[in-house]
Design a protein around this ligand. Structure first.
Ligand code: COA
Length: 328
C-alpha cells in the first residue's frame, strides 16, 4: 500500500470507502468534511492506495496543542493486513511535522471493539469526559429532525397542447435556451442547487456525484438552461428514459433573481412543447410538484395543460435540519 495526500478526483472513491467501513452519518456531509479539511493548513487527508484503488484513509489535523485523527478506515477486504497501522503511522508523521506532541482520537460509543486496534498500535484509553458544542446549526440525525408534512401532486397530460408556444418575455436583453451537453457535476450541481435550495429539493443533494452524472449525462435526459444576456435564469430537465410510454419534466425552476418576471410560464411552456416535439411522441407527459415548491407551481402546471391524477402525503425529515440542504 502506498500512502499519499488526498488529490482532486479521489472524492467518490474515498466516500465509498467510508461508506463500506460504516463511517458516514446522515448529519456529517462527507463532501463538506473533505472540503473543510483540505482548506485547513494544518490538516491533511491521507490516502492508502493499492492496485490503483483507495483502501485506507485517515484525516489528521493539528489544532496548535494536540493532533486529532478522524475517518480512520481500511477497506473490509484489506483489514487485518497491517494497513490500519500504516495509515495511522502516516497520520502521526504528518502531525509531528507541526511539532505536535500528542495524537488523540475519538471512538464512537457504538464502535467499542475498535479500541483493541488502537491499543495494539500504542494508544491508551484516557479518563476524560468529552464535551462539545456546535458552532454552526447542529445537524440532526434523520430520526430526530422535525418532520415536514408534504403533499406531492402527480400530474399528466395526454396530448400536445393545442395552443401555440408562448412568446418569451420582452426584456431588452437577448435570451438563450441551450441544451447542456454532458454537464459537468460542478455546473449541474450549481444550477440545480441554486434553483432548488429555496424549495428544499433534496433528492439530488442526497445522491453521489456519480449517480447524478449517470442521470444527467444519459443521452435520454435533456437539461436546458435559460439565460438572459448569458446569465443563467432557469432550467428545465426533460427525462425521456421511459419513452415511448412517457416523458417526464423531472425538474423545472428559475434562479431566485428571476422569479416574478414572466420567465416561469415561458420556460415551462417551452419545455412542454419540446417534450412533445419528437417522433414518436410520448404517450403522456408527466410532472410532479409538492407543497414545498413555489405556491403557484401547481396552478401553473394546470394552466399549461396538466391534470392531477394522484396525490401522496409524505413525512419528510426536514432536510435543513439533517444538513442535506443548507439552512439559509
Ligand atoms: C479499525 C481499522 C482501521 C483497523 O485496520 P486494520 O488494517 O484492520 O488493522 P491492522 O491490520 O493494521 O491491525 C493493526 C493491529 O491492530 C490489531 N487489530 C486490528 N483490528 C482489531 C480488532 N478489531 N480487535 C483486536 N485487534 C485488532 C491487529 O491484530 C494488529 O495487531 P498486531 O500488529 O499486534 O498483530 C479497520 O478495522 C476499519 O476500517 N474499521 C472500520 C472503520 C472504523 O471503525 N474506524 C475507526 C473509527 S474510530
Amino acid at each position: 500500500m502506498e500512502i499519499r495526500s488526498f488529490e482532486d478526483g479521489d472524492e467518490e472513491a474515498l466516500i465509498a470507502l467510508w461508506e463500506a467501513c460504516g463511517l458516514t452519518r446522515p448529519w456529517n456531509d462527507p463532501r463538506a468534511d473533505i472540503a473543510l479539511a483540505r482548506s485547513t493548513a494544518s490538516a491533511d487527508i491521507l490516502i492508502g492506495v493499492q492496485n490503483g484503488g483507495i483502501i485506507a484513509s485517515a484525516m489528521a489535523g493539528f489544532d496548535g496543542h494536540r493532533g486529532w485523527v478522524y475517518y480512520v478506515a481500511v477497506h473490509p477486504n484489506a483489514q487485518g493486513t497491517g494497513a490500519g497501522r500504516k495509515i495511522m503511522q502516516a497520520a502521526e508523521t504528518f502531525l509531528s511535522t507541526y511539532g505536535c506532541p500528542k495524537a488523540e482520537l475519538i471512538i464512537r460509543g457504538s464502535n467499542k471493539p475498535v479500541a483493541d486496534f488502537y491499543e495494539a498500535i500504542g494508544y491508551k484509553k484516557e479518563d476524560r469526559l468529552l464535551f462539545a458544542k456546535w458552532l454552526t446549526e447542529p445537524p440532526l440525525p434523520q430520526d430526530e429532525a422535525p418532520i415536514l408534512d408534504v403533499t406531492v401532486t402527480f400530474l399528466a397530460m395526454g396530448a400536445r397542447p393545442s395552443s401555440a408556444p408562448r412568446n418569451p418575455p420582452v426584456t431588452g436583453t437577448p435570451l438563450s435556451l441551450q441544451r447542456l451537453q454532458k454537464p459537468t457535476i460542478s455546473f449541474y450541481r450549481y444550477i440545480h442547487h441554486t434553483v432548488g435550495d429555496p424549495w428544499l429539493w433534496y433528492s439530488r443533494r442526497a445522491m453521489t456525484d456519480e449517480a447524478v452524472l449517470e442521470i444527467v449525462q444519459d443521452p435520454r435526459v435533456e437539461v436546458y438552461l435559460l439565460s438572459e444576456g448569458g446569465v443563467p435564469a432557469g432550467f428545465v430537465e426533460l427525462d425521456f428514459r421511459k419513452m415511448p410510454e412517457e416523458a417526464d419534466i423531472a425538474y423545472f425552476g428559475l434562479f431566485p433573481d428571476f422569479i416574478g418576471r414572466g420567465f416561469g410560464p415561458y420556460l415551462l411552456d417551452w419545455g412542454i412543447h419540446t417534450a412533445w416535439d419528437r417522433t414518436p411522441a410520448p404517450k403522456r407527459l408527466t410532472v410532479n410538484t409538492c407543497t414545498l415548491d413555489h405556491p403557484s407551481a401547481l396552478g401553473l402546471y394546470q394552466k399549461l395543460g396538466f391534470t392531477p391524477y394522484a396525490r401522496e402525503e409524505q413525512k419528510l425529515p426536514d432536510p435543513r435540519a439533517t444538513g442535506l440542504v443548507p439552512a439559509v
